[in-house]
Design a protein around this ligand. Structure first.
Ligand SMILES: *Cc1c(COP(=O)(O)O)cnc(C)c1O
Length: 470
């Protein structure tokens, strides 16, 4: 296939995509395939001679689509949504056609300068003060890795990259047990080591870090001759939406001179609504904050917004300038590849621009507020239903629950069977987590096309299937 046929196929695929989005609610949410089904439908060897696009597209529909779990389904209540709002998909289509590389200013000035402007639009949207600058990372995991590397270098007086960790002081990083596993991986990759990731006990309804325990842990480490490097907080943890007391923890970190990173990958989007910002008072003290516009905000995956109070620390940690990457003579320009681990960078700012302009912040706020309101209604209805219990405080549009009929002792087993039966049914999709060791079911609403009726259908499906299992 060549570019002369591209227009016809482009129109056909865009019609297909529109139809897919308008009717995806009729499909089972989670793929109903068995392991190996798709693998076995794909030839073992690659084709020697060209096949026509018609055949390839037919196989896409027949082989691929049955094995897709529909993340854009209005009743996808599992994990966190990864919304692809229509304008952001169009922007991605354009970007994949132009296919620019955005590692240096000069390798696509428009991409760099739009990234600067879009990160500042997002900063204002979240109510962060002027002075925070930002970069778009491919994922929150990468942003957290970059922040941990910065903590390490700062604590080692910028010697770790050059001389390695052997012979350097033993570093310590602090977080609660509710943070995402990307924190563990960043600690592994940075060479700090899992044993030096200190889990500070949690307390209270939000399941956040106890600030006094944080202070005590840092003091004890210092007394033992160890070197505290940084604190990682979560606002809206993945399991239950756990949220650390940001203000108190950041003040303690600051008092000890430690670098701080806040993971708000999911809940950061909610901060476009001023009434939700009471969950992160004092956020302006953080050194580094990440949130994923590719989750709740509607920007097609991947797009992770990483804010920095002082980008110099990050750039000092990650910038590398061999001769072939030097852009001589352009003072004051930004080369974003010096702000991230990968060198090659996609033009991700365009989809933010398309989305924010076509929805406006008010259009986005309305969606998020609805999700929170409908989730609260479902929460209240389940709480009032006999044999169901809410197992963690509702945080924005996320809460957990379990079926706990009187006299049943194996509740983990019962709830796992309930969850599997719900997902086999196909009308809704939910996932599980653990709260205080117990298996519980998570519910969160955040899909862009979800309606109140979709959320309320979850009530019918959950109670109907629970009754059938009893
Ligand atoms: C989703 C999520 C992550 C990981 O995000 P990626 O962009 O997939 O790396 C990290 N932290 C939290 C709290 C999340 O919800």
């Amino acid at each position: 296939m060549n570019w002369d046929e591209f227009g016809d196929w482009g129109r056909r695929i865009s019609d297909w995509a529109q139809d897919y989005h308008l009717t995806v609610g009729d499909r089972p949410v989670r793929a109903q395939t068995r392991p190996g089904d798709i693998l076995n439908a794909l030839p073992v060897t690659p084709p020697d001679s060209p096949e026509d696009m018609e055949t390839v597209f037919r196989d896409f529909e027949n082989i691929v689509m049955p094995g897709i779990t529909h993340w854009q389904h209005p009743r996808f209540f599992a994990y966190f949504n990864a919304n692809a709002a229509a304008p952001s998909v169009l922007a991605e289509f354009l970007v994949s056609a132009i296919a620019p590389q955005c590692m240096l200013w000069q390798t696509s000035p428009a991409a760099t300068e739009m990234e600067t402007r879009m990160m500042d639009w997002l900063r204002q949207s979240l109510g962060l003060p002027a002075g925070f600058e930002g970069v778009i990372q491919d994922s929150a995991s990468s942003a957290t890795l970059a922040a941990v590397l910065t903590m390490r270098e700062r604590a080692l007086n910028w010697t770790g990259n050059i001389s390695g960790l052997a012979g350097n002081p033993q570093l310590r990083v602090y977080c609660s047990a509710e943070v995402h596993t990307s924190v563990d991986r960043a600690i592994w990759i940075s060479g700090i080591g899992q044993d030096n990731l200190v889990r500070v006990p949690i307390s209270g309804d939000w399941r956040g870090m106890d600030p006094d325990a944080l202070d005590a842990a840092i003091r004890a480490d210092k007394a033992a001759g160890l070197t505290p490097a940084g604190v990682i907080l979560c606002v809206g943890g993945t399991g239950t939406g756990a949220t650390d007391p940001v203000d108190a923890c950041l003040q303690i970190a600051e008092a000890h001179g430690l670098y701080t990173h806040v993971d708000a990958a999911w809940a950061g989007s909610a901060m476009i609504c001023p009434e939700f910002r009471h969950y992160w008072p004092g956020i302006e003290r953080a050194d580094s904050i990440v949130f994923n516009p590719h989750k709740w905000l509607g920007v097609q995956f991947d797009c992770s917004a990483h804010f920095l109070r002082n980008p110099d620390d990050l750039v000092r940690t990650l910038a590398i300038q061999p001769e072939y990457l030097k852009t001589h003579g352009h003072d004051g320009i930004i080369n974003y590849s010096e702000w991230s681990v990968p060198l090659g960078r996609r033009f991700r700012a365009l989809k933010i621009w398309f989305l924010l302009r076509t929805y406006g912040l008010e259009g986005l706020r309305e969606r998020l507020r609805n999700h929170v309101r409908w989730s609260e209604a479902l929460h209240d209805k389940l709480a009032a239903t006999p044999d169901f219990e809410i197992t963690s405080t509702r945080m924005w549009s996320l809460f957990t629950f379990r079926h706990a009929p009187r006299g049943v002792s194996e509740l983990d087993d019962l709830n796992l069977r309930l969850l599997n039966a719900i997902n086999d049914d196909g009308r809704i999709y939910l996932t599980q987590t653990r709260v205080d060791g117990n298996l519980v079911i998570r519910f969160q609403a955040g899909q862009f096309e979800t309606t109140e009726a979709d959320v309320m259908m979850a009530y019918d499906v959950i109670t109907e299937i629970a009754e059938a299992l009893a």
